[in-house]
Design a protein around this ligand. Structure first.
Ligand code: DUC
Ligand code: ZN
Ligand code: ZN
Ligand code: ZN
Length: 473
């Protein structure tokens, strides 16, 4: 047989097109698209349902080293299992440098964590928290050349944050070596000042997390990140944008012709600050993430940005901390004051079904835009396109067949190792009927089909959202 697999009657959506075709797969790649293709060793019928490229989750955290007793609930096994069952076939978590640690050592440690465990393909972003001359001049350029072509910079968190001078130094490396810099934009000193006052007056419940990080904290840092990138003349990606004020800064930058890209996440569409609790209840700890969820008006602003092109990427920012023993209650059962709640919520499995249901099926975005935000653009921004991010001859056979029928989100049905989902009880209108990774069925609509270690580490190319800077420029 010419083909290992043929998927019949696919209603294919890419970032630009919709068309009906059969999809032929050989050696894990798409080798032909066409009508009435010859038979394959295996045949699957998409039955005229929508078929989209497998999701690329360009912002998620798996098995990232934490200071004990805090630990991430998901490693590369459970994290990529949950990804696959929700239609995501490529993940890009973070190899984080600790202060005092070499970046190379952080990367090596992270490879050991992934080895033999991942069910889907994966790459690593770097987190640069200690930009020593050694890191700036040797380690970072070397890692970029070896296919780690993006890194994240933090403007907040004591153990991660860089000052403006350090950010300029790191951005200059991104410019010189053509890497993508992701920026976490919140003003650390404002957060510290507010947090101290809240704590001093006994306001330590989870809901005060939002009081310590108002929109202006994000607005100021977003503005500053834009200015720093303008000074260096390098594109940046502002990650996890939460609401109107940061969006206004990004719209302004775009209007100036600056190459400022932006990412948002499900929590800013489906949660509000009220989910952190209306009183001093600790259950709200489950929705603590940074920036915090805002309100309904800000959700609308985020939806508009997804529809009109402001946002380039829709990621999960999956940061898996269980409530019991970590996020809300310490191992002894003691409640955690908001300043010490690990920031982040799980969402690697629900990202695509949520946006497909509430975005595409409720008429807020087109299916092409859905594909662009969740797969094509993340693949382009981080040097994986066209191997990832589209349905085309030569691309990896990473595919999702959509089942459009009602379904209620329940943590008991999810595949991560976190003890809750912030979206418990939400009604969806769709879920993947089938996820294929490299031509293998990893999720069949009911069951996960493990392939630990079959997920490959991806050495990435350069970002391709923009034309290559000419040598003369
Ligand atoms: N930033 C992230 O990128 N993820 C989780 C929490 C945070 O602050
Ligand atoms: Zn090893
Ligand atoms: Zn962040
Ligand atoms: Zn994150």
């Amino acid at each position: 047989q010419a083909f290992d697999l043929v998927i019949r009657n696919a209603r294919i959506a890419t970032a630009s097109d919709c068309f009906e075709a059969d999809i032929a797969v050989r050696d894990g790649r798409i080798v032909q698209l066409g009508l009435a293709l010859p038979p394959g060793a295996r045949e699957l019928d998409a039955a005229h349902r929508w078929v989209t490229p497998g999701g690329v989750d360009a912002h998620c955290h798996l098995d990232q080293p934490m200071e004990a007793p805090v630990r991430m609930a998901d490693d590369f096994d459970s994290g990529t299992r949950a990804a696959a069952c929700g239609g995501t076939t490529t993940v890009i978590p973070f190899a984080a440098q600790q202060k005092g640690q070499s970046l190379l050592a952080a990367v090596q440690d992270y490879h050991h964590r992934a080895e033999g465990r991942a069910h889907v393909d994966h790459a690593f972003h770097l987190i640069v928290s200690d930009p020593t001359p050694q890191v700036l001049n040797e380690e970072l350029p070397r890692l970029i050349a070896e296919g780690y072509t993006s890194f994240k910079i933090y403007m907040t968190y004591d153990d991660l944050k860089l000052d403006d001078g350090q950010i300029l130094d790191v951005l200059e490396v991104a410019r010189r070596h053509d890497a993508m810099a992701m920026i976490h934009a919140e003003n650390a000193d404002c957060i510290e000042w507010l947090s101290k006052r809240l704590e001093a007056s006994g306001r330590t419940a989870p809901r005060f997390h939002a009081h310590a990080r108002p929109l202006l904290v994000e607005r100021e840092a977003t503005h500053r990140a834009i200015a720093l990138s303008e000074l260096v003349d390098v594109p940046i990606m502002i990650v996890h944008v939460s609401g109107r004020e940061a969006v206004e800064q990004i719209r302004w930058a775009r209007a100036q012709g600056l190459n400022v890209f932006a990412e948002t996440c499900p929590q800013y569409l489906f949660l509000t600050a009220e989910d952190l609790g209306l009183d001093d209840n600790y259950l709200g700890a489950r929705c603590v993430c940074s920036p915090p969820p805002r309100n309904r008006a800000n959700q609308d602003v985020i939806w508009r940005g997804l529809a009109d092109g402001l946002f380039t990427i829709f990621s999960s920012d999956h940061a898996p901390f269980s409530y019991e023993g970590t996020q809300g209650k310490k191992p002894g059962g003691e409640e955690v004051a908001f300043r010490h709640i690990p920031n982040g919520i799980p969402g690697i499995e629900t990202r695509l079904p949520l946006l497909y249901s509430k975005g595409v099926l409720e008429g807020r975005i087109t299916i092409n835009r859905f594909v662009e935000l969740t797969s094509t653009n993340p693949a382009k921004a981080y040097g994986l396109h066209p191997r990832k991010g589209t349905i085309a001859v030569g691309a990896d056979a990473d595919l999702v067949v959509w089942d459009e029928s009602p379904r209620t989100i329940a943590n008991t049905q999810l595949h991560h190792a976190v003890d809750y989902t912030p979206y418990e009880g939400m009604e969806l209108q769709a879920w993947p009927a089938l996820t294929l990774a490299g031509g293998d069925v990893v999720w069949d609509g009911r069951q996960f089909h493990p392939r630990p270690g079959a997920g490959r580490f991806l050495r990435r190319g350069r970002p391709s959202l923009l034309p290559k800077r000419s040598a003369a420029a």
